[in-house]
Design a protein around this ligand. Structure first.
Ligand code: NAG
Ligand code: NAG
Ligand code: NAG
Length: 356
């Protein structure tokens, strides 16, 4: 600790050190590195920043940008890369999947710890029947290409889903997949996950589910809770309710044993004037409590004692997204200044220089 600091700074620093020691460091977390912006730093700086300055140990990207994949080489960060939606139809063909894996995986692996390939992003939400029909074949082709390269045991294949895949989610035990998709789409996808020991990836967003009455419930703040009469279980936060709704839907088609990964979740720190529930304080409340909740091992009422691999949305504020709140989901500004800290910074002195 620098001795030249005025006394108040020393106290602040000590406080931050204690805070860091008590509330963080134990929990690792993943983050989505979205790039819908024209002012982001070069990937090499981003990779060094995440690796050296934060406790983030997993990163997910929305494409297979070679500069980004290369930037994470020889770091301790695990990477999830994505087959973009407009390439999913093509990679359903085995030969195209082999080229995709050669160009986007083999060219960088194992120097870059590519751990998972997301085949498309929220494909069901596109409503494109042809694309939806090709999703599982594309996942299988990518998996087969990884098998040919003898790296299928090291690199998982999955695909993230929005909670729009559920027709019912409240109370949590009533969760079910949309009719028409449950047996035809989800049972076979879950069978693939079971056989390949890979996770079902979902994007629960209490931010898109709260109203004025349920804001505290959505933010992990003291609240009256929600009682599920069918199970006799109490819910104290909406995230757990959404996760249990997904679990119930999976169980209903007999795949409750498949692991669940939180591919995206978050809360914006700024929005339009008068937008309800959007503030820095609320973003801190949601994200900081979420990091603790998913890492604590407390689990959910229907999935007790489980931890969930979780990817916050998002690493940066992205200035080219439509809408004020959409542009303000980031933990960091493009110059690496924290918008706020949910306990992912390694060095408390960094906080000292970037007051939160
Ligand atoms: C990766 O982690 C190990 C163990 O914590 C550490 O010794 C090593 O320096 C790290 N590598 C990088 C590139 O940060
Ligand atoms: C659920 O919450 C209600 C209301 O707070 C309480 O009366 C009930 O005992 C709780 N049930 C369980 C199983 O914890
Ligand atoms: C969860 O952990 C608690 C405390 O360790 C234990 O008593 C309980 O049996 C566990 N429940 C399950 C379902 O594993």
């Amino acid at each position: 600790m620098p001795y030249s600091y005025p006394n108040t700074h020393c106290k602040l620093l000590l406080l931050l050190l204690l805070h860091q020691h008590l509330s963080t460091a134990v929990y690792t977390i993943g983050v989505n590195y979205g790039t819908v912006a024209d002012n982001l730093p070069p990937p090499s700086q981003v990779a060094a920043f995440i690796n050296d300055q934060t406790t983030i140990d997993k990163v997910k990207i929305y494409d297979a940008n070679p500069d980004i994949i290369k930037a994470f080489a020889n770091t301790n960060i695990s990477l999830t890369i994505t087959v973009p939606n407009d390439a999913v139809l093509a990679v359903a063909k085995p030969s195209a999947a082999q080229s995709w894996v050669a160009d986007n995986v083999l060219a960088f692996y194992p120097a870059t710890k590519i751990r998972r390939i997301a085949v498309g992003n929220e494909i069901l939400a596109t409503g494109d029947k042809n694309l939806i029909a090709h999703l599982l074949p594309a996942m299988k082709s990518i998996h087969a290409a990884l098998q040919s390269a003898e790296i299928a045991d090291d690199i998982q294949v999955s695909t993230p889903h929005s909670l729009g895949i559920l027709s019912v989610s409240d109370p949590p035990s009533s969760g079910r997949f949309r009719r028409g998709y449950d047996r035809v789409i989800f049972a076979p996808i879950l069978e693939f996950h079971r056989q390949t020991k890979t996770p079902f990836m979902v994007c629960p967003y209490p931010y898109f589910g709260f109203d004025e009455k349920t804001l505290s419930y959505a933010l992990f703040q003291p609240n009256g809770g929600v009682f599920d009469r069918a199970t006799g279980l109490n819910y104290t936060n909406m995230f757990a309710g959404q996760m249990d709704a997904v679990y119930s839907a999976m169980k209903r088609v007999r795949y409750g044993d498949v692991d669940i990964v939180v591919a995206e979740t978050g809360w914006p720190s700024a929005g339009d004037p008068n937008q309800v529930g959007v503030s820095v304080d609320n973003a801190v409340s949601y994200n900081a409590n979420l990091v603790k909740f998913v890492g604590s091992g407390v689990g959910t009422p229907l999935m007790p004692n489980r931890t969930f691999e979780t990817y916050l949305f998002s690493l940066f504020n992205e200035d080219l997204k439509p809408g004020t709140s959409e542009r303000n989901f980031g933990l960091f500004r493009p110059d690496f200044q924290p918008v706020y800290d949910v306990g992912v910074l390694r060095n408390p002195q960094v906080r000292e220089f970037f007051p939160v």
